[in-house]
Design a protein around this ligand. Structure first.
Ligand code: KIV
Length: 255
């Protein structure tokens, strides 16, 4: 699917060509290598790391140290896929802080950074772009705000939410974002945003009409069986296979 190194320039080209962009999260060396061998073009070291790898209840516990450690591990796989990484909670509260933390992720091997929010982080996005750091936006349900918002709720239900989403998508585009993740956005609204902006939208739980789709890999392959979002249709029950393999081995040892 991706025969050559995928660079940030590919994303816009693929949108223009109407070529869908599949993307998955990754957090370690072997998973990055395995996913990359499938030819997937886009991998994200997401701060979902906090939940599916580190066992925290939400992403607000993830630190820069966690992200740098895991980005380094993923980058050691030298993926052909574009490797992006999340700026974690409270790591981009000012333009200067955003640039210095994004540089740490880039030095660790990320090729682009992602952060949550629209107009409120426009100065940070402009500063990142001025520093030559490729930026991916994230709108809709913002997991780093789950505590204040009191849960994971679909966005774009009311007229005011739709207006805000459109204004945020425009602001990120103007500030120089190279793509925007749309999380839990009502599908009609996600389609509207996708048609409106020239940069790709990458949906998660936002219907089929985004330019790309991203999933948390653990949800797709069933390695975090205790919770799977309703919009995911897992392709594998890896936890079950693991339990079976371990049971078989325990029986062998007991023989
Ligand atoms: O942290 C993450 O994994 C993400 C994706 C779900 C988009 O932000």
């Amino acid at each position: 699917m991706a025969p050559e190194k995928v660079t940030v320039e590919f994303l816009n080209r693929w949108k223009a060509e109407g070529r869908p962009i599949p993307a998955l999260t990754t957090y370690d060396y072997p998973t990055t290598r395995l996913l990359d061998e499938t030819g997937i073009p886009f991998l994200l070291v997401g701060d979902s790391l906090g939940m599916v790898v580190l066992g925290y209840p939400d992403t607000t516990h993830v630190t820069m140290e966690h992200m740098v450690h895991h980005v380094r591990a993923c980058a050691r796989a030298k993926p052909r896929a574009l490797l992006a990484a999340d700026l974690p909670y409270r790591s981009y509260e000012s333009p200067d802080q955003a640039v210095s933390n994004a540089r740490r992720l880039m030095d660790a091997g990320a090729e682009a950074v992602k952060a949550e929010g629209g107009r409120v982080i426009q100065p940070q996005v402009e500063a990142l772009r001025a520093a030559g750091i490729p930026f991916i936006g994230h709108l809709g349900m913002l997991p780093q705000h789950v505590v204040e918002e009191g849960g994971y709720r679909k966005k774009g239900r009311s007229e005011s939410e739709v207006k805000a989403l459109l204004a945020d998508a425009d602001a990120l585009t103007e500030a120089g974002a190279l793509a925007i993740v749309l999380e839990l956005v009502i599908p009609d609204v996600a389609r509207q945003i996708t048609r409106r902006i020239p940069i790709p939208t990458i949906g998660i739980g936002s219907g089929p009409d985004c330019d790309g789709q991203i999933l948390v890999t653990h949800d797709l392959i069933g390695t975090f069986p205790w919770f799977t979002p309703g919009f995911v249709k897992p392709k594998l029950n890896a936890s079950q296979l693991m339990r079976q393999a371990v049971d078989d081995w325990i029986r062998e040892v007991g023989r």
